[in-house]
Write a protein that binds this ligand. Structure first.
Ligand code: TXA
Ligand code: MG
Length: 415
C-alpha cells in the first residue's frame, strides 16, 4: 500500500513482469486473414494477456510484449495519447515513425480504414500481394499510403508526417493474441530505451524501462533476434529500407516480378532538416555504453592472420591515451575467431583476460544472439571495450552488419 502510494507520488510506475506461455496459444490457419480469435489453453497465460489487452484499450500507458523479432513497446495506433506515451517511455524522437502491428488483414480494414470490404486485399497495393501472402504473419513490414483523415482512424503521431504508414502482422503467438484480444492495432517500436540495443528478452526491457511502464509480458527469448525487414513497394524501383528478419534474397525470390529490381537503401548520412524515407537512420542506435569495435573480415586473410591483427588492435587500445583506464574487454566471435587459439589469447605482459562470447556458427544463430550478447557484456559484465567479429554482408549478414555498424559508429576496422 505504502509502496503504491510512494510510486504514485513520485510518478514512477511499478513495472510488473507477467509470464505468458506461447505454446498455449493456438490460431486457426486463416486467422491472419479473417481475424478469428485464438484458443488459449493455459488459464494464467490467458489472464495475463487479458490484463495487458485492458491496458492497451485504456490508451494511457504502453505495454511491452514479445514478438518473433524483438520485444515491442505497444499502445493503440488509434490514440494520440497512447502513441505519445510510447515516445515518452522510451525517450524516442517524435519524428521517427512507428510500425503498426495488426493481427489480421480483417483488422487492418476494420480498424485502420474503418471498412468491411468485398476483397480483403483492396487497401493493399498489388506489389505487396505476393510478398505478404508468403511472409505474413512474420518479420516483414510494408509501407502503405496514409489514408485520408476522414476515412481513417490512424493517429497521425504514428507516421511522423510521412505520406506512408508502416504495418506488419507478427508471427509470435503472444503478440498476435494481444493484438487480437484487445482488437486494437498496436503501434510498437522496439522496447529499448532510445539509442540502446534492441531487447530480445524481458529482462532487457526491465533493465531499460523499469519504473517507466506498467507491464512486461514475458514470453521468453525472441527467436529471430533482429527487427523486421522494412520494404517500400510504392516507389519504383521498390526499396528495402531496413534489412531484418527476412533476407534481401528472400524478398527478391518471393516478391515475384515487382521485386526483381528491388534496391537496398544504403545511405548513412542525412542533411539537417532533410525529409527522408527511413527516419530511423538519422539516430544513434544499438549503442552499448562500452566502446564497440567492429572487425570486418577481409576475404583473403587466414584465421591466424586475424588473431595476430586482433592482438595488435587490442594492444593499440590498451595503449591509447583516452582509454588507458581500460580494465575489461570482451570479444564477440562469429565464424572465423571461434577457434581454440583465441581461448589462449595472451596480450603481451598484460594481465587482461578478455571475456569471450561465441555468437554462433550460422547467420541465424548470430542474429538470434547478437543483442543479448552485446547487453550481457555491457550491462552485466560491465566491460569497457567490445570487439565484435563481423560477417559477410549477404543473407542474414546484411541485417547483422547493419546493426553492428550502427553500434560501432566510426570504429570499424578490417582484419
Ligand atoms: O521487428 C520490428 O519491426 C520491431 C517489433 C517490435 O515489431 N519494431 C521495430 O520498431 O523495430 P522500431 O520503431 O524500433 O523501428 C521501426 C523502423 C524505424 O527505422 C522507422 O524509421 C521505420 O521503421 N518506419 C516506420 N514507419 C515508417 C514510414 N512510414 N516510412 C519509413 N520508415 C518507417
Ligand atoms: Mg528500434
Amino acid at each position: 500500500m505504502l509502496k503504491r502510494l510512494v510510486s504514485k507520488m513520485s510518478n514512477v510506475l511499478e513495472t510488473r513482469i507477467l509470464k505468458v506461455d506461447p505454446a498455449s496459444i493456438h490460431f486457426g490457419e486463416d486467422a491472419h486473414l479473417n481475424g478469428s480469435l485464438p484458443t488459449i489453453a493455459d488459464p494464467v497465460s490467458e489472464k495475463n494477456l487479458l490484463e495487458a489487452a485492458k491496458i492497451i484499450r485504456g490508451n494511457s500507458e504502453p505495454v511491452a510484449f514479445p514478438t518473433e523479432t524483438v520485444y515491442g513497446l505497444g499502445g493503440s495506433s488509434l490514440s494520440d495519447e497512447a502513441v505519445k506515451s510510447i515516445y515518452r517511455a522510451k525517450n524516442r524522437p517524435s519524428d521517427n515513425p512507428l510500425i503498426t502491428h495488426v493481427s489480421s488483414i480483417d483488422q487492418l480494414n476494420r480498424k485502420i480504414y474503418q471498412e468491411k470490404l468485398s476483397s480483403p486485399f483492396q487497401n493493399i497495393p498489388k506489389p505487396y500481394h505476393s510478398l505478404i501472402t508468403k511472409l505474413w504473419p512474420g518479420p516483414l513490414t510494408i509501407l502503405l499510403p496514409v489514408p485520408p483523415a476522414e476515412r481513417s482512424a490512424l493517429s497521425k503521431l504514428t507516421t511522423a508526417d510521412q505520406p506512408t504508414f508502416a504495418v506488419r502482422i507478427p508471427s509470435n503467438p503472444i503478440a498476435r493474441a494481444l493484438i487480437a484480444l484487445s482488437d486494437t492495432p498496436i503501434a510498437a517500436p522496439s522496447a529499448n530505451a532510445s539509442t540502446r540495443p534492441s531487447p530480445t528478452m524481458a529482462s532487457h526491457v526491465y533493465h531499460d524501462l523499469n519504473g517507466r511502464i506498467p507491464l512486461i509480458l514475458d514470453g521468453g527469448p525472441c527467436k529471430v533476434g533482429v527487427e523486421s525487414t522494412v520494404v517500400d513497394g510504392l516507389s519504383k524501383p521498390p526499396l528495402l529500407l531496413r534489412p531484418g528478419g527476412f533476407t534481401y534474397e528472400e524478398i527478391l525470390e518471393l516478391g515475384g516480378q515487382d521485386w526483381k529490381d528491388c534496391k537496398v537503401e544504403r545511405r548513412k548520412v542525412v542533411a539537417e532538416g532533410e525529409q527522408v524515407k527511413t527516419p530511423g537512420m538519422k539516430y544513434k542506435h544499438y549503442s552499448p555504453s562500452a566502446k564497440v569495435i567492429l572487425l570486418v573480415p577481409k576475404p583473403q586473410k587466414t584465421d591466424s592472420d586475424r588473431i595476430e591483427e586482433l592482438k595488435r588492435l587490442i594492444s593499440r587500445e590498451l595503449q591509447n591515451e583516452d582509454t588507458n583506464t581500460v580494465k575489461k574487454l570482451a570479444i564477440l566471435t562469429s565464424l572465423h575467431l571461434g577457434t581454440a587459439e583465441i581461448q589462449d589469447l595472451t596480450l603481451g605482459d598484460s594481465k587482461i583476460k578478455p571475456i569471450l562470447v561465441k555468437l554462433g556458427n550460422t547467420g541465424e544463430e548470430i542474429q538470434a544472439n547478437l543483442f543479448a550478447a552485446l547487453r550481457q557484456v555491457d550491462e552485466i559484465d560491465n566491460v569497457d571495450i567490445i570487439f565484435v567479429e563481423g560477417i559477410n554482408e549477404d543473407r542474414e549478414g546484411l541485417a547483422i552488419m547493419n546493426r553492428l555498424r550502427k553500434a560501432a559508429g566510426d570504429h570499424c576496422v578490417s582484419f
